[in-house]
Design a protein around this ligand. Structure first.
Ligand code: HEM
Length: 242
């Protein structure tokens, strides 16, 4: 559980850092997304690895619940263990909701089956090795996605639950490694809370900034008005890869 959890924690931190590029001009996150998409088979390898990690993480969680029930079908009575069993129980439910969120999220932004119109959001890269390449406008897609308050609220709710899940999970990693002794317990507790709060606030800032208009995108505003969303730089040739 600890090892798969640690891998997933590293993924969500990396993903958050990538997503925070929405605060820069569209070129930045679109370059980044195109770079990831251009990895081809390597990207699929990482996706497969992540999928296996999630499956193992859930499988270990189910085994743990079954073992705990077998070991003590009546549940704990003492005051000290009440908190632990409460936290573990909420972890199960939160884990299920987070899993449901991930499935929705993949359908929403990666497969785009919930919103096929995102495909119309195109962007022509202006700089670097991919200059002139027409790609999916990930910046515009995020803005368009989070302009819907219900979608934004669902994301904020889900990352809130995930932050809670991470807080407990992060603490458990130290417990598993045997590092949670009376000297370190306070520091570990403070670190995990700070990490979870920061994770939540930084993630929530993305939909909140779109809803409040702090982050906007011209491409989203002009869609529908014009089919020609972005014009090419004069000397660059366009080549659509996504
Ligand atoms: C505010 C929060 C989030 C935002 C704005 C966001 C944004 C995005 C975007 C835009 C993509 C599509 C990237 C592309 O196709 O170029 C994506 C993919 C993905 N996201 Fe998120 N995400 C958020 C939270 C999460 C969370 C909490 C998780 C997992 C716990 C997650 C897991 C994934 C996964 C697995 C992919 C697919 C990556 C791939 O293989 O292409 N995301 N996200």
């Amino acid at each position: 559980m600890a090892l798969t959890g640690l891998i997933l924690v590293l993924f969500v931190i990396g993903h958050l850092i990538g997503n925070l590029q929405i605060f820069a001009e569209p070129e930045v996150i679109n370059q980044y997304a195109h770079f990831l998409h251009s990895l081809g088979p390597l990207l699929w390898l990482v996706r497969a690895f992540l999928l296996i990690t999630v499956i193992l993480h859930v499988w270990m969680a189910v085994l743990l619940v079954i073992e705990n029930r077998k070991a003590r079908p009546q549940g704990y009575e003492g005051e000290h263990t009440h908190r632990a069993s409460y936290a573990s129980r909420t972890m199960q439910y939160i884990g299920i909701i987070v899993l449901a969120f991930i499935l929705f999220h993949l359908a929403h932004f990666t497969l785009r089956v919930t919103h096929p119109e995102y495909e119309q959001l195109r962007y022509v890269l202006q700089e670097g090795a991919y200059q002139g390449t027409e790609v999916l406008d990930v910046h515009a897609m995020m803005v368009m996605g989070f302009q819907k308050p219900l979608v934004s609220l669902f994301y904020i709710f889900a990352v809130g639950l995930l932050a809670f899940h991470l807080r407990h999970g992060f603490g458990s990693i130290f417990q598993t490694l045997g590092l949670r002794n009376k000297y370190w317990a306070g520091t570990i507790e403070k670190t995990t809370i700070t990490f979870a709060v920061a994770y939540f606030l930084l993630n929530a800032a993305i939909p909140l900034s779109v809803m409040s208009g702090v982050v906007d995108n011209e491409n989203v505003n002009s869609i529908g008005e014009s089919a020609e969303v972005l014009t090419l730089p004069e000397d660059a040739s366009s080549e659509s890869t996504e």
